[in-house]
Ligand binder design. Structure first.
Ligand code: SF4
Ligand code: SF4
Length: 199
């Protein structure tokens, strides 16, 4: 099996599809050991992932994606690789962290594939497999430490004062810590202790 893409010169057939598989790394061969045949079912079994197996790879999602308009990110390619079973490639890819969750793809999809939910499933799987994006990890660590995604600063305090807004309340760290422990968030973060997750 060979990875090929729309830019590879492969003839295009109905609905913009090639008669060969399309994937992200167009020039690299797919080895049997790269393929996890259960991956698509693993995703489709989860809440929000049910529509995955209906995907026609028509590309309407990629065509309307605002992130794709300014980068080479393409939701169809992510879905194609999931359907091919390229689990490690998908979960270790930067692509799954690029979706802005704007839901345009879901509005355009004739097959009612909930890509935004699927990308959330993929991110959760990636985090559990040690592939969390560093930016998200930093935010997670800030929540654990400060109870906020963005720490409070003097500049924010001053600006609020200037705008005659009330001071920000201190986060209820006791309650936040309980939620972090009950949800297992602390155990997930422990996976990354001392590990370089930058890509
Ligand atoms: S998710 Fe929907 S719009 Fe995107 S390729 Fe699949 S069928 Fe087409
Ligand atoms: S939800 Fe994500 S993949 Fe879909 S159109 Fe918006 S940015 Fe693109």
């Amino acid at each position: 099996m060979t990875r090929q893409g729309s830019e590879s010169g492969v003839p295009v057939t109905n609905m913009g599809q090639t008669d060969e598989v399309r994937t992200q790394r167009d020039d690299a061969p797919i080895r049997d050991e790269d393929v996890n045949r259960d991956f698509k079912y693993e995703v489709a079994r989860q809440v929000g992932g049910e529509g995955l197996l209906r995907c026609l790879k028509c590309g309407a999602c990629s065509g309307g994606c605002p992130v794709g308009a300014v980068t080479d990110y393409r939701p169809r390619k992510v879905l194609g690789n999931v359907l091919l079973g390229l689990k490690d490639l998908v979960l270790s890819s930067d692509d799954i962290w690029m979706c802005a969750a704007c839901f345009t793809c879901e509005e355009r999809c004739v097959q009612e594939v909930n890509f935004t939910d699927i990308v959330t499933i993929l991110r959760n799987m990636a985090v559990k497999d040690g592939y969390a994006a560093e930016g998200y990890l930093e935010m997670a660590r800030t929540v654990v430490e400060h109870g906020r995604v963005v720490p409070k600063t003097f500049a924010v305090d001053r600006m609020r004062e200037k705008l005659e807004l009330p001071p920000l309340q201190e986060p209820a760290m006791d309650e936040i810590s309980k939620i972090i422990q009950a949800s297992g968030f602390d155990k997930i973060l422990a996976l990354y202790k001392g590990r370089d997750t930058s890509k």
